[in-house]
Design a binder for this molecule. Structure first.
Ligand SMILES: Nc1ncnc2c1ncn2[C@@H]1O[C@H](COP(=O)(O)OP(=O)(O)OP(=O)(O)O)[C@@H](O)[C@H]1O
Length: 354
């Protein structure tokens, strides 16, 4: 097994299929041993990007550096990486032990070393008691753990994963998520992971590349994406429920509110997370009046769906005792610290002037 990963750098990467450009000058990087997630809605280009890093498709422009070396023109086999897909493709006629150690056998690793590596990964992935079985005798989650074990003993310092958990039920997804994360840290391998599930991305990654229609919308740590969305796309993709976006004409805001770069508040939209909305509004500096459309009980909180006089829908996450009722007119409020401003003309975040 590899004990250290490799860095990856993607520079100005482009991909077109015929006249259609599906990746437009994509840039990002991750240090050796890091966990990077490509996140975004269906069709934004995540799998295309992963296939280019893997070497399964040719780039239309730009460069891919692995461990500082340009591999852009190299075949997949020369890139020294492993890949795990959604469909884990185990050999049905082989035992679990044979499946896991297949790569070691091909590489002619000596028997004693083979046994050592197999025992280690079987312990890490809690597969010790299943080694004599065949894939058909395992649950979906166990099969996926075998697929992960197989790629981990392959000794590759870089592993690419394309939605590897999407066939599993919610409970298993959460379990295997944390196993992958701890293997990444224990073994030091670099992982590039594709998902459209933001909770997977936020919980596992050191760094997230949020993609929108073939472009990078934002790159950052999960915390940076959550707390400082770079644009309305990021603000409304990350967070459940997502950030409320309101036109400045709908919001009561303090008269001294200034916007960076000489812009006016009227050039902006306001962004406010459902969990940052206060109800009832008290001495909040920012306020909005809205009517309660519906109330959803979520266990820990109530999600109160609201609509403003201008017809904008918004959500309040509420955990207090006096739950507002359907049809009620209420005022919600928040403070300067929780306010995000976005320019109407391009949706990009703009700072508040203090
Ligand atoms: N071989 C191909 N030929 C033509 N177009 C393609 C090809 N592969 C992908 N595309 C197009 O490229 C775009 C990006 O696809 P890609 O599979 O990378 O998206 P994705 O973000 O991984 O989506 P999903 O989450 O649904 O898998 C899509 O519009 C898709 O139709």
């Amino acid at each position: 097994m590899s004990e250290s990963g490799v860095s990856i750098e993607v520079q100005g990467l482009r991909k077109s299929w015929g006249a259609v450009e599906v990746l437009k000058a994509v840039d990002f990087g991750i240090e050796a041993g890091g966990f990077l997630t490509l996140l975004g809605p269906s069709g934004c280009g995540k799998s295309t990007l992963l296939r280019l890093i893997c070497g399964l498709d040719e780039v239309s422009g730009g460069q891919i550096l692995i461990d500082g070396k340009d591999v852009t023109g190299k075949a997949a086999a020369e890139r020294n990486l492993g890949m795990v897909f959604q469909n884990y493709a185990l050999f049905p006629h082989m035992t679990i032990e044979e499946n896991i150690s297949y790569g070691l056998k091909i590489r002619k690793v000596p028997a004693a070393e083979k046994k050592k590596q197999l025992d280690r990964v079987a312990e890490l992935m809690a597969l010790g008691s299943l080694l004599d079985r065949r894939p058909g005798q395992l649950s979906g989650g166990q099969q996926q753990r075998v697929a992960l074990a197989r790629v981990l003993v392959s000794g590759r310092p870089l592993v690419l994963m394309d939605e590897p958990l999407s066939n599993l039920d919610a409970k298993l997804r959460v379990e295997i998520r944390s196993e992958i994360r701890s293997l990444n840290k224990k073994l030091g391998i670099t992982i590039v992971y594709v998902t459209h599930d933001q909770s997977e991305a936020l919980s596992m990654s050191d760094r997230v590349v949020l993609m929108s229609a073939g472009e990078v919308a934002q790159v950052g740590t999960p915390k940076e994406l959550y707390e400082h969305p770079a644009n309305t796309f990021s603000a409304t993709f990350i967070g459940t429920p997502p950030t409320n976006i309101l036109d400045s004409s709908e919001v009561e805001f303090p008269a001294d509110l200034g916007v960076a770069g000489g812009h006016k508040v009227t050039d902006c939209q306001f962004g406010i997370r459902p969990e940052n909305l206060g109800f009832p509004a008290e001495d909040h500096e920012f306020r909005v009046k809205a009517r309660v459309q519906s109330v959803e009980y979520e266990g820990k909180v109530f999600l109160i769906h609201l609509v403003t006089a201008a017809g904008t829908t918004m959500v309040l996450s509420y955990s207090g005792a006096s739950v507002p009722q359907e049809g009620e007119e209420i005022t919600v409020g928040w403070g300067r610290e929780q306010t995000h401003l976005f320019l109407k003309k391009d949706g990009n975040a703009i700072a508040i002037e203090r």
